[in-house]
Design a protein around this ligand. Structure first.
Ligand SMILES: Cc1cc2nc3c(=O)[nH]c(=O)nc-3n(C[C@H](O)[C@H](O)[C@H](O)COP(=O)(O)OP(=O)(O)OC[C@H]3O[C@@H](n4cnc5c(N)ncnc54)[C@H](O)[C@@H]3O)c2cc1C
Length: 452
């Protein structure tokens, strides 16, 4: 029987990093993750400092047949970074980042948040697609796909991956790229943490300067008309313009609609392009303005503080039809929590034109990532928030695809993981059988290695 203290004694002495055991100061902070629904107690938290620590941790875990979870930025809404009785391999201290402005590439370690990454690359006027909340981790986000403001112009985060260093279940450090371990490289571009622990990512960067960005806000009374106009408007929008919809409540509690935009091309062109959207119906507020990219990337942070309880439901939405709008209008006034929201993140342009089989992430179409983001603080409110989320998700079924973005999933069972990978699931399962037949990496949206 292995105890936390013996992990500390046996593994800790060989590490550059640190082992935090249940009796240690800092254990509670180390096991905390973004989603406050998960109050789990790992056997020990292993804070790796480099790839050799990761290899040692994996070998130790295998030797004692211990369960393992992997933490990057800790933002998985399913809470997969932490598990009761498991070794929690915490990569959050690995924050090395090195930009090469000549080749417009960056090597980034898996503990970086989006904000830390953007800060480093923007010093050179460069960026790549990441998500829209700057405290999220680059690792889990990239490994599942990575949908953000630059997706129309530059593809998903995983589409900008040039190579990665991966420690596999047998403790080997492999380099994955289009030239080396191509199958593994295919699998980590969407397949999450199923195949190994990534200790370094190499991304392509792009020149990104000021963007024209911000939100238009409207009362719910005009939302159907605005959403219909918006749905037509975005279909004709260029790759440089990415948008998102948020249905939420104002600080005063009133349901409202916000349409947020980011134009990453020449700003003069954007003023004219956005004119119809900004004028056809007067907004209560028009916050669209030239912004430093890093300001846009952190604009939503205050709405997602760590530690609140979260319950999300999601699916791809091909079209914002009248029926879908009607359903949203019916359910929004009933939303129990004043800090919840319903979001539609537009996927389009370059991200949508890549072949579905080119990466493990298969959802290549012009569409919206529809997401019910319920959040609240007190356990006593959980039932009614979960009930409302499920009811809206159920009501939206006629309008949604059967598929879902893996990074939005909670613990929803193997059928939903298969729905997240669709036609790519069989190849992913074959890769998993080769690289991780014993399913060491199973604290995730798991691809089952057992024969189908
Ligand atoms: C507030 C918020 C905003 C979000 N916004 C967006 C968005 O705009 N776009 C988008 O695409 N997604 C978004 N997401 C979803 C996000 O992509 C996932 O939550 C993702 O898992 C976060 O990565 P992380 O490293 O922080 O998570 P973690 O919880 O640390 O990791 C999640 C899982 O990824 C795997 N993993 C993490 N690091 C590694 C590694 N180095 N090697 C191998 N496996 C690893 C593990 O299986 C781990 O359990 C958002 C999530 C939140 C909570």
């Amino acid at each position: 029987m292995v105890h936390g203290a013996s992990v500390g004694r046996e593994l800790g002495s060989g590490l550059l990093g640190q082992v935090i055991c249940p009796d240690d100061h800092g254990y509670d902070a180390a096991r905390a993750v973004f989603n406050g629904m998960f109050d789990r107690r790992p056997l020990a938290v292993v804070r790796s400092a480099d790839a050799s620590d990761v290899i040692r941790c994996i070998e130790f875990t295998r030797r004692y047949d211990l369960p393992l979870s992997v933490r990057g930025g800790g933002h998985s809404v399913a809470g997969h970074a932490v598990h009761d009785g498991a070794i929690m391999l915490d990569l959050s201290g690995m924050k090395g980042v090195r930009v090469d402005p000549e080749t417009r590439t960056v090597r980034a370690e898996p503990g970086l948040t989006l904000g830390e990454f953007d800060r480093a690359t923007q010093a050179f006027g460069l960026a790549t697609t990441l998500g829209v909340v700057s405290v999220t981790g680059i690792a889990g986000l990239t490994l599942g796909g990575g949908l953000g403001w630059l997706n129309g112009r530059h593809g998903l985060a995983c589409d900008n991956l040039i190579s990665a260093d991966v420690v596999t279940a047998d403790g080997q450090l492999l380099r994955a790229s289009t030239q080396e371990n191509e199958d593994l490289f295919w699998g980590i571009r969407g397949g999450g943490g199923n195949f190994g622990v990534v200790t370094s990512f190499e991304y392509q960067l792009h020149p990104v300067d000021l963007v024209l960005a911000g939100a238009l806000s409207y009362p719910l009374s005009v939302a159907p008309r605005v959403l219909r106009f918006y749905n037509d408007f975005v279909k004709a929008a260029p790759d440089e313009l990415s948008t998102a919809v948020s249905l939420a409540r104002t600080p005063g509690g009133e349901p409202m609609l916000a349409i947020a935009v980011c134009y990453c091309g020449p700003i003069e062109e954007a003023e004219q392009l956005l004119y119809p959207l900004r004028t056809f119906q007067s907004p209560v507020d028009d916050g669209i303005q030239p912004l430093p990219y890093t300001a846009l990337q952190s604009a939503l942070d205050a709405r997602f503080p760590s530690g609140r309880r979260h319950y999300w439901k999601s699916g791809w939405l091909r079209d914002l039809s009248d029926g879908a709008i009607e359903t949203l209008m019916q359910y929004l006034p009933l939303m129990p929590s004043s800090v919840s929201s319903v979001g539609l993140q537009q996927m389009h342009g370059v991200a949508s034109r890549i072949a579905p089989s080119a990466t493990a992430f298969p959802h290549r179409a012009e569409q919206y990532d529809f997401l019910i983001l319920s959040q609240w603080s007190e356990a006593i409110d959980s039932d009614r928030n979960i009930e409302w989320t499920r009811a809206l998700f159920q009501a939206m079924q006629p309008h949604l695809e059967k598929s879902v973005y893996v990074n939005n999933l909670g613990d929803e069972g193997s059928g939903r993981v298969k729905a997240a990978y669709g036609q790519n699931y069989a190849r992913l399962a074959a890769l998993k059988r080769t690289l991780d037949p014993d399913n060491l990496f199973r604290a995730n949206q798991n691809i089952d290695p057992s024969p189908i």
